[in-house]
Design a protein around this ligand. Structure first.
Ligand SMILES: Cc1cc2nc3c(=O)[nH]c(=O)nc-3n(C[C@H](O)[C@H](O)[C@H](O)COP(=O)(O)OP(=O)(O)OC[C@H]3O[C@@H](n4cnc5c(N)ncnc54)[C@H](O)[C@@H]3O)c2cc1C
Length: 458
């Protein structure tokens, strides 16, 4: 074993202290261990520690405190902003902490943050149960939950945090705290939307719902101003059992699309009706009637099937912006068409997520995620090959966002990239920001957890 020394840490000594694996520059597997989902982040941490348990996590936190090195906390590694890898600092990798304990009778689950949304969903699905996460199986439950969690059950059961019952949190002073609505209620409030600012969550306890079979899958329609506007209207009118995500994009050469559609604008929609099959088919009929579908893969399925297997090794480089808007009228739909049609990149897309339902019934001050009343989340993105072309794509998404939201504000923290403190503040409207900053001062006064969408201590 090679003894690698940075200016402040001795990797040999660390290996003796940690139960989990310690990976340093030069080790086999170092390059893979420093790779995250998004490409374009070529960072070289001094050490990567794959914690085995909460005690290891506490020791990593102490190490970061004592050395002053930057600390990156990683669960599933899907941070849009590259926050799950540090250049020269410490990466606390939680991916080996994978315990899952489902109480079928009580419909609750304790889970460590190393599980992905897909893995948790498959395990819970074996009992006909589910907790709602996002639209992608490979995303980690750690980061997703701490930012809020918006997915296929959002209208029926709310955000992921609306099913969070308790958590175990390692705070900046290294304490391992049990946190729920009664114990450390301020911290419990803050971790439901406040991201990784307040400590490292080593266990989550979730509520499970009976979600046995659903009617779900992909429906692809031609994208026109009319179909976009009508899709959103139909989604808002649909029963709450139905949650939808529409991706308007230039059609890639997907095998199930006729060749003449490749390169044309399409609306690739994901629909999930969590309930009775017949009622589901009725709820989905208006979407099928918007235009002749280019592909229709919506069918009765078990809920875990909504997360198809994903190929590893995909590391897109992306420019993206997230926003909330309250309607998509004809002008907005035309703007989307126009912007997507006129920009060249590997993929250009606008994702539209109609919200409402159970998510909107939770009072805005009940959790740190305060955008309860917003009706539609929109993400615009350009995925490109040459990292040197980032500047022009960043400018394009900025301009697109400005045109679409017309001076409105608001952002979902989990889709923010590196956009500065003002944008982080947009994630926490009204009194949420000040309350979070005060809680931050209490639990992390030195801002040890700062490689994130940062809320500096008040
Ligand atoms: C392809 C893709 C699809 C997505 N779809 C959705 C979606 O449908 N809905 C949605 O809500 N979001 C979605 N997201 C956004 C996603 O929720 C965030 O990127 C989230 O941060 C990813 O969590 P992770 O654990 O994989 O990320 P990581 O990169 O591991 O973590 C991100 C950040 O979260 C914090 N963090 C992670 N784990 C912990 C922990 N255990 N304790 C303390 N802090 C922690 C850290 O600050 C870390 O930097 C998507 C992202 C991608 C890339």
């Amino acid at each position: 074993m090679t003894e690698t020394k940075s200016s402040t840490i001795s990797v040999g000594q660390l290996r003796a202290v940690f139960n989990g694996k310690v990976i340093a520059p030069g080790d086999a597997g170092y390059d893979q261990a420093r790779t995250i989902f998004y490409g374009g982040f070529d960072r070289r941490p001094a050490v990567i520690i794959r914690a085995a348990d909460a005690e290891d996590v506490s020791r990593v936190v102490a190490l970061a405190r004592e050395t002053g090195l930057e600390l990156a906390v990683r669960s599933g590694g899907h941070s849009n902003a590259g926050h799950s890898v540090s250049d020269g600092g410490i990466v606390l990798d939680l991916s080996e902490m994978r315990a899952l304990d489902i109480d079928v009778e009580k419909r609750t689950a304790w889970v460590q943050p190393g599980l992905t949304a897909g893995e948790y969903t498959t395990a819970a699905g074996a009992h006909g149960l589910a907790t709602g996460f996002g639209d992608t199986g490979s995303v980690g439950i750690g980061g997703l939950t701490l930012g809020g969690g918006v997915g296929y059950l959002v209208r029926k059961y709310g955000l992921t945090i609306d099913d969070l019952l308790a958590a175990e949190v390692v705070t900046a002073d290294g304490q391992i705290l049990q946190v729920d609505a009664k114990t450390h209620p301020d911290l419990f409030w803050a971790i439901r939307g406040g991201g990784g600012n307040f400590g490292v969550v080593t266990r989550f306890q979730f509520r499970l719902h009976v979600v046995d079979s659903v009617v779900g899958g992909m429906l692809i329609l031609p994208a026109t101003a009319d179909t976009i506007r009508s899709f959103v209207a139909a989604a808002e009118e649909a029963p709450e059992e139905l949650s939808t995500i529409a991706n308007v994009m230039v059609a890639p050469p997907m095998p199930f699309l006729p060749p003449e559609v490749h390169g044309q604008l399409i609306m690739m929609a994901m629909l999930v009706y969590a309930g009775d099959v017949e009622a589901g088919q009725r709820a989905i009929a208006p979407f099928r009637a918007l235009a002749t579908p280019l592909a229709d893969m919506v069918r009765p399925m078990t809920y875990p099937e909504i997360y198809p297997p994903e190929e590893g090794g995909y590391h897109p480089v992306a420019a993206g912006r997230t926003m909330f808007i309250d309607s998509i009228d004809r002008d907005a739909a035309e703007l989307i068409i126009d912007r997507l049609q006129t920009w060249k990149a590997q993929i250009v897309a606008t994702q539209i997520r109609p919200l409402g339902g159970a998510m909107a019934r939770v009072p805005a001050n009940a959790t740190a995620f305060a955008h309860r009343g917003r009706r539609i989340m929109v993400n615009v993105a350009a995925i490109y090959e040459n990292p040197e072309e980032g500047g022009k794509h960043e400018a394009w998404v900025d301009d697109f966002m400005a045109a679409l939201r017309k001076g409105d504000s608001g952002a979902y923290v989990n889709f923010l990239v590196n956009e500065g403190e003002d944008r982080v503040r947009e994630a926490y409207p009204g009194p949420a920001w000040d309350r979070l900053a005060a809680i931050k001062r209490r639990y992390d006064p030195t801002n040890l957890f700062r490689l994130n969408q940062n809320i500096p201590p008040a």
